[in-house]
Each structure stands twice: as structure tokens, then as C-alpha cells.
Design a binder for this molecule. Structure first.
Ligand SMILES: [Zn+2]
Length: 256
């Protein structure tokens, strides 16, 4: 176990964006098509498509690293990309953005280089990061958007879910994540009621909320079902990474 709150070799490795580029550039799966969407402060923002081009597939959008100080999400996405997902491509197409805020990631800060929270900026196109993501998503619909965040304020995993129709996946996710990570058992987060680590966002309210946060923007224009996973950043890094992967695998298992 790593000492908490102290810089460690693991922290140094986590903050190394070259290491991320290296891992993405050496993925061995021929079903992955990667692209550099643009550069921010010289750091490339990557997207990766995982697809076999035949048949009807569910389209999954997966992202992490919107907040730079939430590294377990990006690590979980990288591990997902590195493993063999061949069997999943009979059912799914994936569009993946492992790290939306490379500058924040390298500097261990929530905001981008200008000190602006990307996840509060989707109502306009002034931030390069936002413009890049909007360009990527343009004219596309997804069946599900799952994104990975972290929260230093709480001691357990929780999630937000909002959907227009279909079955909620929140309970299944929390049940499975509980086997690898504690669940947040408080009753409120940002003044929203939480039950068993689940914030169920009302569909109508979500539609009326501003689209400044990326999940709400995606809900408004690109997708009917959104899940935002939040791991407790005070816990062990490996455990948080595992929690995100379990959440993702729960969703995929449900649809298969
Ligand atoms: Zn976050």
C-alpha cells in the first residue's frame, strides 16, 4: 500500500503523459483505430475507436481525465484498451477518450492550463478541449455514455445516472463495485439525494439543467443514457482503477 498524501514513484508515473502516449501507441489490437484529435499545450488528446465493421452494434462512448487530478479513470481506460476485447466487438462499438485534460493530468490539477474547469464549460466552444470533444461527437448518437471521475471528499464509490428510457444499471453496478471498493453511504452529494451510492438524476430536470457539464451536454445532444462513476481518491489507486473497470464490465455484461 502506498503512503497517502505523499509523492511517490507511482505518482510520478501517473503524471507522465509520455508514458500514456507510449501505451496508446503500442496497443497491439488491430480492431483499434486511434487518432490525435488535437493538441493542447503541446499535449495530444487521443481518441480510439474499437469496432468491427459489420452488424448492428451498441455504441458506447467512454471517457476519463476531464479533471486532471482524477487519474484512476484514465488508468482504467488504458487498461481496458490494453486487454483483449475482441469478443465484445460482436455486440459493441466503442469510442474512447482516455484523457480529456492532459495538462491537468500532468500537473495534478482539476482544471486545464488556464485554470478553467472543462466540465463546466460545455455551453460554449471557447476551451480548446471542449471544442475538440464537440467536434469528435458531432452528428453521432451513442446508446450509452460512461465516464470516470474521482472525488476526494467522500470515502466510497458513487455514481450519477440519467436516462430517457430503458433499464437502470445503477444497482447492478454498485452491487458489483462493492466487491472491490467501499460504497458511499451518505445521503447527499452536492445537495442531491443519494441512496446506496446512487444519484438518480431526474430526466426532466437533466433536460432543463445547463449543458455546461460534459455528461449533460452529451445527454442533450448525443445519448439517452449516461453513467458517471466517482471513485474515492483517498483510497488505494489500484482499488479505484478496479472499481471503474468493474462498473464498465457490469454495463457490458448487462447488454451482452
Ligand atoms: Zn471529476
Amino acid at each position: 500500500m502506498l503512503p497517502e498524501g505523499k509523492p511517490t514513484n507511482m505518482d510520478a508515473l501517473i503524471r507522465d503523459y509520455n508514458h500514456i502516449s507510449q501505451r496508446l501507441n503500442t496497443l497491439k489490437w488491430d480492431y483499434i483505430h486511434s487518432e490525435i484529435l488535437g493538441r493542447v499545450n503541446d499535449y495530444p488528446i487521443y481518441s480510439l475507436r474499437l469496432a468491427h465493421h459489420h452488424g448492428q452494434h451498441l455504441k458506447i462512448l467512454l471517457s476519463a481525465g476531464t479533471h486532471g487530478d482524477e487519474p484512476a479513470g484514465t488508468e482504467a481506460v488504458l487498461r481496458f484498451l490494453q486487454r483483449d476485447n475482441t469478443h465484445l466487438l460482436q455486440n459493441f462499438d466503442f469510442l474512447v477518450v482516455p484523457c480529456i485534460n492532459p495538462y491537468g493530468y500532468v500537473h495534478n490539477q482539476r482544471e486545464n492550463a488556464s485554470g478553467i474547469d472543462i466540465n463546466r464549460s460545455f455551453e460554449h466552444d471557447q476551451l480548446v478541449e471542449v471544442a475538440i470533444i464537440k467536434r469528435l461527437l458531432k452528428n453521432q448518437r451513442f446508446d450509452l455514455f460512461i465516464e470516470f471521475h474521482e472525488d476526494w471528499e467522500f470515502d466510497g464509490f458513487y455514481l450519477f445516472e440519467v436516462q430517457r428510457y430503458g433499464q437502470s444499471l445503477a444497482n447492478q453496478i454498485v452491487t458489483n463495485v462493492a466487491t472491490v471498493c467501499p460504497i458511499y453511504h451518505g445521503t447527499a452529494i452536492d445537495e442531491m439525494p443519494v441512496s446506496n451510492g446512487i444519484v438518480q438524476v431526474d430526466t426532466k430536470e437533466a433536460e432543463q439543467m445547463s449543458g455546461a457539464a460534459m455528461p449533460l451536454y452529451v445527454f442533450k445532444y448525443h445519448c439517452d443514457h449516461i453513467i458517471t462513476c466517482e471513485t474515492p481518491s483517498q483510497l488505494d489507486f489500484g482499488q479505484r482503477v478496479e472499481a471503474h473497470l468493474v462498473a464498465l464490465d457490469t454495463v457490458l455484461a448487462h447488454y451482452r
